[in-house]
Ligand binder design. Structure first.
Ligand code: GLY
Length: 366
């Protein structure tokens, strides 16, 4: 890897990406009078010491700790953060420093944006998923009524600091979760990125720093043009319509699964659906599915689960007029959005996943 580093001021957000990004951010953060760090139990243990070491001499006025893992992106945890902000005397010019993965940045961003009608916050993603996706683009919120991200706001942090230094704190499951979003990024908009990652298993990637910067840049490029997800940004949801339903379904059953694992399953289903709309060579479909299967185990879903999954998909925010709307692959490296898909095809795609079927066409004619 050369030296992937970038300071990118795109109003109203500054992005500091790459090696030593944490150190580079120190001056900017010192502009705020009061600084409160939000961590979860894991990032308190593994990432706060790294942060403190990198930010030598940086004063912190308080640390708020929430419970770790996805099932805790809840209103109760948000109330806890509001209580702690009050206790610590947070004011409008206080900075909340979200140090963690997607749960911390989503929930912390929401709590900051609603406390005293909004205090500033920054995101230091510590998970691979956070670095390439969750911390970028101003989506904040929490799960509600058993539905993912049911309540929330689009609101940008003042700064996103993406430093691969935190990768060393991740276990394989977390690394794998972020890897799914890297694969997605390649599939929807970056053939070069896909070709770099497709032949490498996630645990043998050596060039994480440059892949993270490349993938994060791609996402920044999309959200700067469509912050409120009116059009183009929807392509980031490839794999997420079925994926979110699987994620909610399995989490509601008490299984410990990650977002990325669910998105990987969703991408298999949605690649199948894409192939029914657009011409895809069978070899291409196999290439995509094999790459996912080489890294992710299939979930043990049953045909009887499909009606529940369809029901969960009805809450997808891309839907219109009660119809399912998907983001699909037009070809490798190019996605399209707002494609209406009927129940039968969704059902077929989940059966394709469950039964590990293969692409059927004899001729590779595209
Ligand atoms: N994770 C999809 C988005 O930020 O739009």
């Amino acid at each position: 890897m050369k030296k992937p580093q970038l300071v990118w001021d795109i109003k109203p957000v500054s992005y500091i990406l790459g090696k030593d990004a944490v150190k580079l951010s120190k001056k900017r953060l010192e502009e705020y009078n009061k600084r409160i760090v939000l961590v979860d139990e894991n990032t308190q243990r593994h990432c706060l010491p790294v942060f403190e070491e990198q930010m030598e001499g940086f004063d912190i006025d308080g640390v708020i700790i929430i419970k770790a893992n996805a099932s805790n992106k809840s209103i109760d945890q948000t109330v806890h953060v509001w209580n702690e902000l009050s206790r610590l005397g947070a004011e409008r010019d206080t900075l909340l420093i979200n140090l963690g993965g997607g749960v911390v940045s989503d929930l912390g961003g929401f709590a900051a944006a609603t406390f005293k009608r909004g205090i500033n916050f920054v995101n230091f993603p510590t998970s691979l998923l956070g670095m390439v996706d969750a911390a970028i683009g101003g989506k904040t919120g929490l799960d509600f009524g058993g539905i993912k991200n049911q309540v929330g706001l689009f609101i940008n942090p003042v700064c996103v600091i993406i430093d691969p230094v935190f990768l060393k704190t991740l276990d394989q499951k977390q690394l794998l979760s972020g890897y799914a979003e890297l694969l997605k990024c390649g599939l929807i908009m970056d053939k070069d990125l896909w070709e770099t990652v497709e032949n490498v298993r996630y645990n043998s990637v050596e060039e994480w720093d440059s892949l993270i910067v490349q993938s994060a840049r791609n996402k920044v490029d999309i959200v700067r043009h469509d912050t409120y997800e009116k059009g183009l940004r929807k392509i980031l949801n490839f794999g997420h319509t079925v994926g979110h339903a699987i994620e909610s379904f399995l989490i509601n059953k008490g299984l410990d699964i990650t977002h990325g694992e669910a998105v990987a399953a969703g991408m298999i289903c949605e690649t199948y659906i894409s192939s029914k709309f657009y011409e895809f060579e069978c070899t291409r479909i196999k290439e995509i599915i094999n790459t996912i299967d080489n890294n992710f185990d299939r979930f043990d879903l049953k045909k009887e689960d499909i009606p529940v999954l369809l029901e969960l998909m009805q809450h997808d925010k891309k839907n219109k007029d009660g119809k399912y709307h998907f983001s699909l692959l037009r070809r490798l490296g190019k996605a399209v959005h707002d494609i209406e898909v009927d129940d039968d095809l969704i059902r077929e795609s989940i059966e394709f996943y469950i039964e590990k079927k293969e692409c059927e066409s004899e001729e590779d004619n595209s």
